[in-house]
Write a protein that binds this ligand. Structure first.
Ligand SMILES: [Zn+2]
Ligand SMILES: [Zn+2]
Length: 51
């Protein structure tokens, strides 16, 4: 399980790299629209780790 802990307190979980990138982008777009597009795929994957 890949997890990204958003600074807002939301934990975003996914099974693989493609899914975690998609879910983080969707979370940022809905909850942090001012940051939409601020994170590249590589940056999102750097924030992700295994649980
Ligand atoms: Zn963690
Ligand atoms: Zn968030």
């Amino acid at each position: 399980m890949k997890v990204v802990h958003c600074p807002c307190g939301t934990n975003i979980e996914a099974q693989d790299d493609d899914e975690i990138v998609r879910k983080v982008e969707a979370h940022v777009a809905s909850d942090h629209p001012e940051l939409a597009g601020a994170y590249s795929r590589d940056q999102i994957l750097e924030m992700a780790h295994d649980h």
